[in-house]
Design a protein around this ligand. Sequence first.
Ligand SMILES: [Zn+2]
Length: 420
Amino acid sequence: MDDVHFPDSYPMALKRTKQLERKLEKSPELYQNIRDQIKRYLESGYAHLATESELNDAEWKNGSYFLYQSRDQWPCTGRIDETNEEARGVVLCHAVVDAAAVSRWVKLVRVTATAVRFIANIQRKKAGLPTVTSKATKIQHRHIKAEYLTVQKPLQQEELREAETILWKQVQFDSFPDEMSALMKNLQHKPGLPLAKIEKSSCLYKLSPVLDAEGVLRVRGRLEKNESIPFDKRYPIILSRKHEITKKLILHFHEKYGHANRETVFNELRQKFWIPNARAAIQQVRKECVWCKVNRCVPRIPMMAPLPVQRITPHLRPFSAVGVDYLGPVEVTVGRRKEKRWITVFTCMAIRAVHLEIVHSLTTQSCLMAIRRFACKRGAPEQIFSDNATCFHGADIVMKKAMEKINSECAEKVSSTATA
Ligand SMILES: [Zn+2]
């Protein structure tokens, strides 16, 4: 029976009652509301005023009746078992800031650093030291000027670094709780007891993770003896790619390096962090980045028109239908001077065969002579397609006139009496 312990709640109850009294004194409205509510209960019959005898006999006032008897007669025997409701799990990490509520990595770090400063200020105040603030309130300004109870200074590098460490640890505790728990147990390892091991099924098993002096989970690589390499490179920080904070960190790197390609961001991240399957995470961030969406979009390629009949008609002589264009100018040496020459390109529209002819100038006559030489070698084409350049246009007019002349001469010969 001696091990039964009842807490002494009398001071707490007294304190609570006094607080309530003060609250009611401060707010007459609240006092009136409570009075009205009690009145309503009494009128509706939910409650009644206690009589003198009821008050004296009240169990809540005097305690349970068995307490007035000897301990042997108390209904409770033995130890009071703890209920499940009272059992509390081990909490490894408390989130300082809700990461989902903050949009950017830099902002998240600064908000966390401010929260850390707030906690430090409480401790400073308790120790009688001046508190630190980055933006002083009216009262704090008075403290700064007159009483030196507050110091105004922006967030320091150490505070930001501490905030980053807190965020990394938060990612690690959220993503790898079993691994962190095992490694933390090993830190307080007592000789003679077996070390806690990381499960083989864990995704971190092959990385041989270790905790640094600040309790951050890092990869234990093979470069640990090379002192010339910075510590972060030798022991990169392990982060889970699926965590909200990691996504913000990747987005920060993506923007810091000018929305660069995946490999650039990956390389920069790898200098300090080890994110399993990081490329997929970087690609996802890049896909969701609005700047990248707007600036890297490509126009939709329009539907191509159906091919002309000359290009798809089979069983025709090569160069039956040709496309023609000039190439150049090409500089050539004639005697001791330089002159310009052009090359006419004839392409068969059916089989894509090519024929080249040199032209001396961009005149209609040069063009006609090139077509004539081509026709002599490859046979007269049935159709010629060009880009309507001046020389081709001129050649067309000349050839049409010539054809009209030939036609009229033929017609004269056919209708002349001499031929009859
Ligand atoms: Zn981007």
